[in-house]
Design a protein around this ligand. Structure first.
Ligand SMILES: [Ca+2]
Length: 133
């Protein structure tokens, strides 16, 4: 999303219902759901672009994962892993309460999509990503 202004006359702007994505480009780092380890909020849609420089494989270590719902439907709250952008091929979809787990993907860029529905919140997730080639 882009918000453009010119050089004169200001107004109060606008509010967006959904949280906006963060972009992560270091070779490794940590992503967590909004307010983690406190509960995330309803109606969230956060897209995190994971693009470690020079990566051909990317590793995701989920060190904590507590979302509403159960796999495989994940119809309430979910973390979806897409290849490339949010419009890319879906590689995985996670929800529910899971022990820490790791996935590796052959990709130079992933997008982690975190979506929540209108009710029931949990503490969410924490994910460490790293270049794995
Ligand atoms: Ca929910």
């Amino acid at each position: 999303m882009k918000f453009k202004t010119d050089g004169s006359i200001t107004h109060s702007g606008f509010n967006v219902r959904y949280s906006i994505s963060g972009s992560y480009f270091p070779s490794s780092g940590t992503i967590s759901s909004p307010s983690y380890p406190a509960n995330y909020h309803n109606n969230a849609e956060n897209n995190y672009v994971i693009k470690p420089p020079g990566a051909t494989r990317i590793r995701l270590d989920f060190t904590s994962f507590i979302l509403e719902g159960s796999e495989p439907s994940c119809r309430y709250d979910s973390v979806t892993i897409k290849r490339g952008t949010k419009y890319g091929t879906q590689l995985d979809k996670f929800c529910g309460t899971k022990s820490s787990f790791t996935r590796t993907y052959t990709a130079s860029q992933l997008t982690l999509m975190f979506k929540t529905d209108r009710s029931v919140v949990r503490s969410g997730f924490r994910c460490v990503y790293s270049r794995y080639n």
